[in-house]
Design a binder for this molecule. Sequence first.
Ligand SMILES: [Zn+2]
Length: 149
Amino acid sequence: MKKIHPRFDITGQKFARLTALYYKGSGVHGAMWRFRCDCGKEVTRRATSVRQGLTKSCGCLRLRNLRPRQDIPSSQELLNPRKLHPIVHELIKARVAKKITQEKLAKLSGWSYGGITNMELGRVNPRLGMISDIATVLGLTLTLGNSDG
Ligand SMILES: [Zn+2]
């Protein structure tokens, strides 16, 4: 049995997110290699397209780049406490619990819809006046000062 050898040995070499694992053989499209992507997925790709940078990942990179910018977050994202000020987090929880949309909250509080979404996404530091108005709409009491936790 004749052992197969690649024309270019790229074992262990890394191209963008793909690391060459082993040679799979040559097909009509040239040498095929097994690669491991940075995300952990293993894929078989044409060596030439990977070496030329035409293929940069298992496909995860492209999927992420193509993902549309989301201005309206899902409720799961809204409840994700990352970066959010604890007060803002409480306001979101109260709003979701009361089934009030951001749009409705904007009308009730007198603040802009964009201002409320930006605050809930943690894009802007919340303004005290805004927090106070929203808290009033949601029936929350704001306590200022040191908290004992
Ligand atoms: Zn990947």
